[in-house]
Design a protein around this ligand. Sequence first.
Ligand SMILES: Cc1cc2nc3c(=O)[nH]c(=O)nc-3n(C[C@H](O)[C@H](O)[C@H](O)COP(=O)(O)OP(=O)(O)OC[C@H]3O[C@@H](n4cnc5c(N)ncnc54)[C@H](O)[C@@H]3O)c2cc1C
Length: 499
Amino acid sequence: MRDHAVLIAGGGPTGLMLAGELALAGVDVGISERRPTRELIGSRAGGLHARTIEIFDQRGIADRFLRAGQIAQVTGFAGASLDISDFPTRHPYGLGLWQNQIERIMADWVAELNVPIHYGTEVTGFAQDETGVEVRISDGRTMRAEYLIGCDGGRSLIRSAAGIAFPGCDATTSNLIAEVEMKEEPKLGVYRTPLGIHAFGRADYQIRDGEVVYADQGPIRVMVTEAQVGTAKEPTLHDLSQALVAACGTDYGVYNPSWISRFTDVARQAATYRARRVLLAGDAAHVHPPDGGQGLQIGVQDAMNLGWKLAQVVKGTSPETLLDSYHNERHPVAARVLRNTMAAVALRRDDERTHALRETMAELLTMDEPRKRFAGMLSQLDVHYDMGEGHPLLGRRMPDLDLVTTGSSIRSYTLLHGARPLLLNLGGENSMDIAPWADRVQLIDAEYGGEWALPVIGIVPAPSAILVRPDGYVAWVGDGTQAGLADALTRWFGLPGTL
Ligand SMILES: Cc1cc2nc3c(=O)[nH]c(=O)nc-3n(C[C@H](O)[C@H](O)[C@H](O)COP(=O)(O)OP(=O)(O)OC[C@H]3O[C@@H](n4cnc5c(N)ncnc54)[C@H](O)[C@@H]3O)c2cc1C
């Protein structure tokens, strides 16, 4: 294992996304991954939300996921389904696709970008100085990187070794999930008892008319609430059997588990995402209950936010202070997820009052405005980074528009495939000049005659130009002049002509 400019600890979805982003920006990056191979044992995330599909679309790889998964309306809160088919996005839906398949597709993409993934190696510690980080690897070797990024999951060693506090709430409920065989077949579906929720399904399923239809055969996927908050010990078949008996009165003759794991409703968030040359992303920075299926999404989106900023700092285009905007932008996003998942857990309870509250909530969510707000939040289509007052597009995701450039049509997300900043000039050919930044910002003259619509917000005034960061968020909006453009270019992409 050789030295890299950036070493990522952990090759889960967050680490893979970050590696892809750094590689696209031409930064020498490597991943240390504890698992012996890329195969992920067990099931975690069940799919992708709309904004994550858009993120992959911005890199030209969304089709790989769409081909492998099943499109469906997956957004929901506390049992209420939230249809996003009227949202102004090319992907007004989610995608059913297990995390091991998601990771396989991401690992293939990262391999195409020639990122070395050192499987079977574990980061065991590090020491940082003025110019870099000395990283200790489990095989006894030491390697040096300019930056070390902890994408090493909820029990992050990088987070604890960096001394970063992880405040939040301890677990109040505990669930086992497993893939097993059963001598008696349970009725597949989701059930609620005074103990909590339990569910039976199969890994293979189809979505027909919006309903999940499980395969007739194959191992059973089971999820069951434990009577006690779980211990830190690895769960066993005996634990699963006991939990099933407590919840269902029988364990259905459970045997032959391929895997068993436990999750809880613990909700914690790193106090800071950066300690000098060490940064955190994904579950290493935030853990929360799986309600709403948001963890993988915000991890991938953390990586998208951090990747281009870190690349510019490593390449000397931008000062280190640019990295502080990573914490400032992404910490509030995960804080909101912690809040909505904690609320969802509270609404999972089975007493009469919670039942009444759940019904009240579901009724509210049938109304258009609450539905849009919650769906915008859960699909992450409404993310808004604070870039000050201004046009509603400022700090929000650029819509994927059908543009016309030099006589041919092109989608605006296609212009982001290379992960380069983009100044989209819609105000007439050759009417803008950004010569001092021409080495790093692409200037595209285009025509667009359609509406500008944002999820949740609706129609917004058409801009004369927009400056789009590599992560797809709008950093400046033109009103027919270049007022403020040079400041925005300098803030996000470095001083003029410093390359
Ligand atoms: C039951 C369940 C259901 C879920 N459902 C959803 C869902 O539907 N949608 C959703 O978005 N999210 C869901 N999640 C959450 C999602 O699985 C996580 O948020 C996601 O895996 C986080 O990705 P990550 O890359 O940050 O961390 P991880 O996936 O945990 O990856 C961390 C990686 O780091 C490696 N590693 C750890 N320590 C070291 C070290 N010291 N050195 C080197 N490598 C190391 C690990 O082997 C691992 O591969 C669910 C989670 C659970 C438990």
